[in-house]
Design a protein. Structure first.
Length: 202
């Protein structure tokens, strides 16, 4: 019997040893399966690494965005504080009080002059009728005093109304500057100065 003759039963061609040798038999399947598994594992590892890299990148982008917004808000708060401090220093209670005083000082002398003139006119009118020492004088003087008191109240009310209107204008201007600053994300020094000057003319 020729052990190398593939036609001979029991020859090496049909033996388990030969089938398991390189180049034939079942171990080829295992070998390629291992290669496929290794490639699949490598692909899965690369995919996991890609996903991890993308996750870290997203986290970094989100953190950068948060940090940038925090820095922006901090800067804007600084601008807002700057505006508020300037307005608080200039438009303080004493400033508004002085505005009221200036308004009264402007119109009260006119009322006083009118009252003084009216008193003189009344005296002439009473003297012309010979009623200087009559009850008519007291009655007419009382009427004149009521007119003076009414004029005084009107001046005081107007001064208060003017002050309140000015407070509203100042508040609106302050809010507008803060809003513009937040929109522009910048502090416009000339505009702030010009706006404040327009509210407080010399």
């Amino acid at each position: 019997m020729n052990p190398f003759d593939y036609r001979t039963p029991g020859s090496l061609w049909g033996s388990a040893a030969f089938k398991g040798s390189s180049g034939g038999g079942g171990n080829d399947s295992t070998y390629y399966d291992n290669i496929a598994n290794d490639e699949r594992h490598a692909l899965e590892a690369r995919e996991r690494q890609r996903e991890e890299d993308e996750r870290k990148l997203r986290e970094k982008d989100a953190k950068d965005a948060r940090d940038a917004e925090t820095a922006r808000q901090t800067k804007l708060k600084g601008y807002e504080s700057n505006i508020n401090n300037r307005f608080d220093v200039m438009f303080n209670p004493d400033w508004y009080k002085q505005r009221e005083t200036d308004y009264r000082s402007l119109y009260r002398p006119q009322l006083d002059d009118q009252f003084s003139k009216s008193q003189k006119d009344l005296t002439y009118w009473l003297a012309d009728r010979g009623t200087l020492n009559s009850s008519v004088r007291g009655e007419k003087s009382g009427e004149l005093q009521k007119l003076f008191d009414s004029g005084t109240r009107k001046i005081n009310d107007s001064a208060l109304s003017m002050t309140n209107d000015t407070k509203g204008q100042v508040a609106n201007a302050r809010a507008g500057l803060i809003s513009d600053t937040r929109t522009a994300n910048a502090f416009d020094e000339p505009t702030v100065v010009q706006t404040m000057a327009s509210l407080a003319p010399p």
